[in-house]
Write a protein that binds this ligand. Structure first.
Ligand code: 5GP
Length: 215
């Protein structure tokens, strides 16, 4: 019905569980293409270049920005992150749905150039739960954790700029809700104009053929 793929943008405060939800989405829907971001952050233990991120130097990322190769970019907790543009555009043109897991600054930049994207804001059930999750993850220093928690509180106020809010109490349930959103988005009236055009074209062609036969 819709020749172009859907751009599914998942964001929300750090620790809300975006990463887990995106992992589940990719397992449940393997045909969903995932855009691997570039970052200047150092790899964490177990992270693989090209799979989790493309790990770059600051100069490399600045060059990419200068050459217009990033769809959006943002500085998050002292590091640069960005979404490679050619890869995402190619997949969308091929009719594939593309998943981006990015921060709020990036999501809002994309919303300006891609208002037809599907913007989902993932929130934790409570700020206390968020704090516990970030501590349990054990990947960041206490200083970084405190910065993340402080910005999470502010970030919640951006929810209304998204199309959907999903409360991540149980990741499985939240992931299923995102898939339901994606499915429903396909049938939005403003995405189905081609289908209506095709129905009308077919009707006109059939009517013209009938007139010819009757003559
Ligand atoms: P982390 O360093 O924990 O992997 O990610 C930190 C934050 O950067 C997360 O909120 C993540 O969603 C965000 N992020 C990851 N990739 C991108 C990207 O390409 N663009 C933007 N704007 N944010 C990103």
């Amino acid at each position: 019905m819709n020749e172009k793929g859907l751009l599914l943008v998942i964001s929300g405060p750090s620790g809300a569980g975006k990463g887990t939800i995106c992992k589940l989405l990719r397992e449940k829907k393997p045909e969903l293409a995932y855009s691997v971001s570039v970052t200047t952050r150092a790899p964490r233990s177990g992270e693989v270049d090209g799979r989790d991120y493309f790990f770059k130097t600051l100069d490399q990322v600045k060059d990419m920005i200068f050459r217009g190769e990033l769809l959006e970019h943002a500085e998050v907790y002292g590091n640069y992150y960005g979404t490679p543009k050619p890869y995402v555009m190619k997949l969308l043109d091929e009719g594939k749905d593309v998943l981006l897991e990015i921060d709020i600054q990036g999501a809002l930049q994309i919303k300006k150039v891609f208002p037809s994207g599907v913007f989902v804001f993932v929130v934790p059930p409570s700020l206390e739960e968020l704090s516990q999750r970030i501590h349990h993850r054990g990947t960041d220093s206490e200083e970084v954790i405190q910065r993340r928690l402080a910005s999470a509180t502010k970030e919640l106020s951006f929810a209304h700029q998204y199309n959907y809010v999903v409360v991540n109490d149980q990741a499985e349930v939240a992931a299923q809700q995102v898939l339901t959103i994606l499915e429903a988005e396909r049938y939005r009236a403003d995405r189905t104009c081609n289908a209506i055009d095709n129905i009308l074209k077919l009707h006109r062609a059939n009517r013209a053929a009938k007139v010819l036969i009757e003559e």
